[in-house]
Design a protein around this ligand. Structure first.
Ligand SMILES: *[C@@H]1O[C@H](CO)[C@@H](O)[C@H](O)[C@H]1NC(C)=O
Ligand SMILES: *[C@@H]1O[C@H](CO)[C@@H](O)[C@H](O)[C@H]1NC(C)=O
Length: 330
């Protein structure tokens, strides 16, 4: 009996390993993160940060440390534009230390950082940010172009949004975008959209959270990214995504939708902010807009998520909850 039990366990383990490793449902890299012993999961979200501590980056970092400690966070999510102004020059670029490891020094932030790339990262050596060498330099650094993080109650779908934006190809101005690994672009985007769609369809997680650098709904300086609105949004709507989380606009923003239950969250206040350019937005969708620096915390269980935006002093700017039970009953 005991032996058979072990064999079953072993088989189960093997099967789940095979499922994880198999590209049958998706070509995207898959990672896993456990919930806390009480079944909850908490994390911080920051974007648009790497400026060697300037523009309040260090102040935001130290408050992230305080809140990270309070929530006993599992990890940090970066919504991209990790290194200004032009990404990293290579694996040896000292900006990795000056803008990342030397800044986010609080003990609570020594957790995995799940990063996506922003358009500024694409102006440098993209492969340097993806390189295992950086992970050797600092074990908390996790960066892929697009990947999936399964955290039991929640599944996160990190999407490389920069290649969607036409302007970077048609009018790159003085910048040299590093499109190695992206070209041919049509094929890259086609496969990415297909993989995200099938991974979302296959997901049985209670919460589906999509993370990208660029906005889908935003009243900020950059506004709506029309390419994502056209190519990515329909997939999110068709697959009951709960949250779309992005950076790009250097602000903190919470927008709901009259077309779906998706909530659109901008956390792009990691350093330079105060752009002073805000467009009007449907008041029934616009829940909160803050033009300055800060970050987001999320604490979730299987049926409830508590979200909080903080400013540079760690003061609560805006908080709200999402309940799954209510949501499912509705
Ligand atoms: C830093 O934050 C304070 C408080 O929000 C703000 O008054 C100040 O302008 C910010 N500094 C910069 C450079 O953005
Ligand atoms: C996270 O939320 C759960 C459920 O609401 C709660 O029990 C737990 O205390 C919260 N954790 C923190 C650190 O606030």
């Amino acid at each position: 009996m005991v032996k058979a039990g072990y064999r079953l366990l072993f088989l189960g383990g093997l099967l789940s390993w095979l499922c994880l490793a198999s590209p049958a449902t998706s070509e995207l890299q898959r990672l896993q993160h456990r919930v806390k012993p009480d079944g909850s999961l908490s994390f911080l979200v920051v974007g648009d940060w790497g400026r060697e501590g300037n523009y309040n980056q260090s102040e935001v970092a130290s408050q992230m440390g305080v809140i990270g400690e309070k929530l006993d966070i599992n990890f940090v999510i970066s919504t991209g534009d990790n290194f200004y102004d032009c990404g990293l020059t290579g694996e040896d670029d000292p900006a990795f230390f000056k803008s990342f490891t030397d800044i986010y020094t609080a003990p609570s932030l020594q957790k995995p950082w799940y990063n996506v790339l922003g358009n500024h990262d694409y102006r440098g050596d993209v492969e340097a940010q993806l390189s295992p060498v950086l992970k050797e330099k600092h074990s908390k650094w996790v960066c892929f172009r697009s990947f999936i993080l399964n955290a039991e109650i929640a599944e996160f779908f990190f999407v490389d949004t920069t290649p969607f934006v036409n302007e970077y190809f048609t009018d790159p101005r003085q910048y040299n975008y590093d499109w190695k690994g992206v070209e041919p672009r049509d094929e890259y985007l086609f496969n990415l959209v297909k993989d995200v769609d099938s991974a979302l369809k296959a997901s049985s997680a209670k919460w589906k959270i999509v993370v990208g650098h660029h906005t889908i709904k935003s009243a900020g300086q950059h506004g709506v990214t029309v390419e994502l609105e056209k190519q990515l949004l329909p997939i999110l709507e068709a697959n009951d995504v709960d949250l779309y989380v992005n950076g790009h606009d250097h602000c903190l923003q919470h927008i709901t939708s009259t077309d779906s239950d998706i909530q659109f969250i901008t956390s792009g206040g990691g350093s330079q902010a105060w752009r002073g350019k805000i467009s009007s937005w449907k008041p029934e969708e616009m829940k909160f807009y803050y033009d300055g620096q800060g970050f987001l915390s999320v604490n979730m269980t299987g049926d409830r998520a508590d979200l909080v935006f903080y400013d540079v002093f760690g003061q609560v700017l805006h908080k709200w909850s999402i309940s799954k039970q209510l949501h499912d009953a509705a």
